[in-house]
Ligand binder design. Structure first.
Ligand code: ZN
Ligand code: ZN
Length: 413
């Protein structure tokens, strides 16, 4: 169940057709042959298929599976528990097909689904949320409860189509092995709704919409940086859209890296948390509330990069309690920047968890968390400078350290 698979995807350059192998988390693709950059855009999620090895002449059926890879945080009376998950589950309920994609996919390369693929694609019937809930119900039965709150942060959510064909039994078209008992007359594939593939991966150019410069980023970057006009962009349905950026300048140390954080403004109901004074009270910080603190807005902060679950939680709490605000400059920082590879859409999933992690005394969480609602309204991408030490990255103003391994390994989680 927790096999931690990093899929490779066989792909062709949209510009020159040269073959390429992508990793699941790749967004920025630079062709090794024609050097053209393009950016992969998902329509809600990526759709992949497992290539088949079926004998010639078989009519292929592609059965859909949801795949979730990411972290699940469970808020218990004793504290927050985390777990890394990599699971797949039927997107259509059927006793004839395997329940999950299975381990065979570990060694296999995937392809993007495209209209050129021959076969009958069964339409996903169960929404991802429902599948995830069913999965969590099973998973939660093993946790000593009560579970006060739970949130998951997806590193990837995709739909994987596995190929089959029908004879006397349903045959797995990857392994050419039967996966069902002998079928009786009543089985008809046409009872599943579906049709030919009508979906294609989209690419958009990486040119800055503001000045036309070819933008840069790491393969898994979710935010692209135009070094010419100093702007930052993220892909959306409409193409590239500009995002608001700020940073805390670093004056003293040359040996620094800027780590990206999402700063999120949210409406909180069920507990007072609109100002810094409210935060000091809610978290029971050892500070005397100063005049004016009730007029300083309180923001949620969280890493905009992948990091191991324990560090994710700790960083989230420490930065939110620090509330960086003085000297924030509304500008892209100059210098070394760590790429953004955790989207704000996932970060907002953790706001309530973030809140649960900082409330004091802890029994307040148990008493009130179910009544608390957190609704995000605005966000900002904020870079904070961290000094590079031997093992750690250290934020000197707020005295926060991150082990470099926690960052480096996160890509291969
Ligand atoms: Zn090319
Ligand atoms: Zn530009």
């Amino acid at each position: 169940m927790e096999k931690n698979i990093n899929f490779l995807i066989d792909h062709q350059c949209p510009q020159c057709g040269a073959p390429a192998a992508l990793s699941e988390t790749d967004r920025l693709f630079q062709c090794a042959f024609c050097k053209v950059n393009s950016y992969l855009v998902e329509r809600s999620y990526f759709r992949y298929l497992l290539p088949h090895n079926a004998p010639d002449g078989q009519e292929l059926i592609y059965f859909p599976y949801w795949r979730f890879k990411g972290m699940v945080f469970s808020c218990l009376p004793t504290g927050i528990q985390n777990r890394f998950l990599d699971v797949s589950q039927q997107a259509v309920q059927s006793t004839h097909f395997p329940v999950s994609v299975g381990l065979r996919s570990q060694a296999m390369k995937l392809r993007f689904v495209s209209p050129e693929t021959k076969g009958w694609f069964i339409k996903p019937h169960l929404p991802f949320r429902q599948v995830m809930e069913a999965f969590l119900t099973r998973y939660n039965s093993k946790i000593p409860g009560p579970i006060l709150h739970q949130s998951h942060i997806g590193e990837s959510l995709s739909l994987i189509y596995a190929p089959f064909y029908v004879g006397k039994r349903i045959m797995d078209a990857v392994l050419n092995q039967p996966v069902s008992a002998e079928l009786d007359e009543s089985f008809e594939v046409s009872r599943f709704s579906g049709g030919p593939a009508d979906w294609r991966i989209r690419f958009i150019p990486t040119l800055c919409p503001n000045c036309g410069w070819d933008m840069q980023g790491r393969r898994d970057a979710l935010v692209l940086h135009c070094k010419n006009c100093e702007s930052m962009w993220q892909a959306s349905k409409q193409g590239m859209s500009r995002i608001n950026v700020a940073h805390l300048p670093n004056h003293e140390n040359e040996n620094t890296i800027y780590l990206p954080f999402w700063r999120i403004k949210a409406e909180v109901t069920g507990i007072d948390l609109s100002s810094y004074a409210d935060l000091v009270k809610a978290a029971n910080l050892p500070k005397a509330i100063q005049p004016g603190w009730d007029r300083i807005p309180c923001h949620f902060w969280g890493p905009a990069f992948k990091i191991r679950p324990k560090s994710f939680l700790r960083l989230t709490r420490q930065i939110t309690l620090s509330q960086p605000r003085n000297d924030l400059i509304a500008h892209v920082p100059k210098g070394n920047m760590h790429p953004v590879n955790l989207p704000v859409s996932e970060s907002v999933e953790t706001l309530k968890l973030n809140l649960a992690g900082l409330l004091r005394p802890k029994k307040i969480v148990e008493e009130r968390i179910t009544d608390i609602r957190v609704k995000p309204s605005r966000y900002l991408l904020a870079y904070l400078p961290f000094e590079i030490h031997h093992h750690d990255l250290v934020q000197p103003t707020f005295n926060i350290a991150v082990n470099q391994n926690q960052l480096g390994l996160a890509g291969n989680l």
